[in-house]
Design a binder for this molecule. Sequence first.
Ligand SMILES: C[S@@+](CC[C@H](N)C(=O)[O-])C[C@H]1O[C@@H](n2cnc3c(N)ncnc32)[C@H](O)[C@@H]1O
Length: 241
Amino acid sequence: MQTLERTSGFPRQIQNMFGAVAPKYDFLNRLLSAGRDQYWRKAAVDLLSPQMGERFLDVATGTADIALEIASRHPSELKVMGIDFSGPMLKIGQKKVADKQLERTITLQKGCGEFLPFADGSFHGVISAFGLRNFFDSQRALNEMHRVLQDDGKVVILEFSHPPNPLLGWGYLFYFHFLLPQVGKFFSRHKSAYNYLPQSVAKFPMRDDLALLMEQSGFRSVTHQDLTFGIVSLYHGIKNG
Ligand SMILES: C[S@@+](CC[C@H](N)C(=O)[O-])C[C@H]1O[C@@H](n2cnc3c(N)ncnc32)[C@H](O)[C@@H]1O
């Protein structure tokens, strides 16, 4: 990670941005999604379907909400590794893990999604919520998720989409591109982080296009489904055994 941070393509700006908003990140997630974000993460973990004795990797774990949700299914009976390149996000996640006394179940580690520091076939399931869109090479990150999965292991991706209904779509665009950046800026005191959010969503592939990227990384039986009128989509795939 140290070496990687010194390479020219490393997205220092993105790393700094998440570091700066970390103290307000959870609060703004709940506020800006009217509490739906936790429901979306629960649905993602339902799809992952964690079983006792299994090992999971949460890529771009941030403040560890997904890792905590996985652990809540079978505390002390499974293992979750969370990886993220932002120290301040991980620090908040670590406190949440300690508050729930889940240090034996959840391990958080600093690292990059494109260069996962794990051996091939280390995990039964890999998940990433609102992470992939931020990666500097999302295809490479998907390749890495595929590599560290066991044969027949599951990948689950949760990402923002755009509501397909035109009427809802317009209302959502107004909210996402005009209201949300103002509210985000007011509370986070960061001038661009909540402009970056809609911009990064607009640029990123969704639904069939993201499913195709997953297939190109070697996943089979890739499916996607919309949640909350298509504001977010949930993707699922299996590693070819
Ligand atoms: C929008 S947050 C999502 C956090 C968490 N998964 C959640 O559900 O709230 C995106 C996270 O991706 C991390 N991130 C972005 N690019 C990354 C990369 N290339 N490698 C590792 N983490 C990255 C950021 O530090 C940030 O914590």
